[in-house]
Design a protein around this ligand. Structure first.
Ligand SMILES: O=C(O)CCC(=O)C(=O)O
Ligand SMILES: [Fe+2]
Length: 287
């Protein structure tokens, strides 16, 4: 016999209340508790809550002329495994947040892989550019004082291995990934808060959007542990992730809009240097 609760619907008031809880960073148990008390089966309640919140946000977006939601990689569910077993590595889940959608991974890269990426980049570093969304040109930006190098997707065995691992971790096709980027921040360098998606309303976005669609997620992997500073910060929610060698922060944005609360930056390095490897994921095949 089917569980009767699978056919029940959540009231609009309950969904609005649940959204407020999610925005305040509440643990999903806070939302599920009252439903379970009313006799809902836990899995059915979690699914109903997910669906209702997604519907509510989609309707809210349409009513307010916001961009519609795109599918995004979704590496873990709430309160799921603390260790994801991939074909070539076990990766830890250290932290998992719904809004903004952020997951912190432990031990995604080995120390040897981190060192190899740094050695690959060191002789080829150039002052980082940023895409100017008004003109479509890549140019230096005062808010981004790092140096970096872009790698081609699949350019060598190391890139292929790590790209395959990321695709397995995120369940997102390798072809939808941009080439990896390595960045080095020296003492005092930073990347001021920004969004990684391309604002579709700006003229400079069209060219890059035509090559793989919108960016829908970012994975920032730490190649070393700075002596002090260099955290990845999410100012909308006063949250920061420490840069620790081998760990990574994932965040997704299902529409190119600040409502995703994915404003983020690389805070200034106070002592030592900071090296990261970034993978941006597109909605379509990137070429
Ligand atoms: O340096 C960081 O922690 C963030 C880097 C970043 O935002 C990016 O590469 O887009
Ligand atoms: Fe970024």
């Amino acid at each position: 016999m089917q569980n009767e609760s699978e056919h029940r619907r959540l009231s609009v008031e309950f969904v609005e209340w649940a959204l407020l809880q999610a925005q305040a960073g509440a643990n999903p148990e806070v939302m599920l508790g009252p439903l379970i008390e009313q006799g809902w089966e836990e899995g059915a309640a979690a699914d109903a809550l997910d669906d209702a919140m997604r519907d509510y946000l989609q309707r809210h977006a349409q009513d307010h002329g916001l961009p519609t939601s795109l599918p995004v990689p979704s590496p873990v569910r709430n309160n799921d495994t603390g260790e994801i077993v991939l074909p070539d590595r076990n990766v830890r889940v250290l932290c998992n947040m719904l809004l903004p959608r952020v997951v912190v991974f432990g031990s995604l890269l080995s120390d040897e892989e981190c060192a190899a990426f740094i050695e690959l980049a060191r002789p080829r570093l150039r002052r980082s550019d940023t895409l100017n969304l008004d003109t479509g040109a890549d140019e230096p930006n005062d808010g981004r004082t790092s140096e970096g190098v872009y790698l081609q997707r699949g350019q060598d065995a190391l890139c292929q291995r790590v790209e395959g691992r990321i695709a397995a971790l995120l369940d997102w096709p390798v072809e939808n990934g941009e080439g990896l980027q390595i960045l080095r921040y020296g003492p005092g360098a930073e990347y001021k808060p920004h969004h990684d998606y391309f604002d579709p309303a700006r003229p400079g976005s069209a060219k890059t959007l035509a090559r793989g669609g919108q960016r829908v997620a970012s994975l920032v992997m730490y190649l070393n542990t700075p002596e002090r500073g260099g955290a990845t910060v999410f100012p909308d929610v006063h949250f920061e992730v420490s840069a620790i060698r081998g760990n990574a922060v994932f965040f997704s944005y299902d529409r190119p809009h600040p409502m995703t609360k994915t404003l983020h930056g690389g805070a200034p390095v106070h002592a030592g240097e900071k090296w990261i490897l970034t993978k941006w994921l597109r909605s379509g095949e990137h070429h």
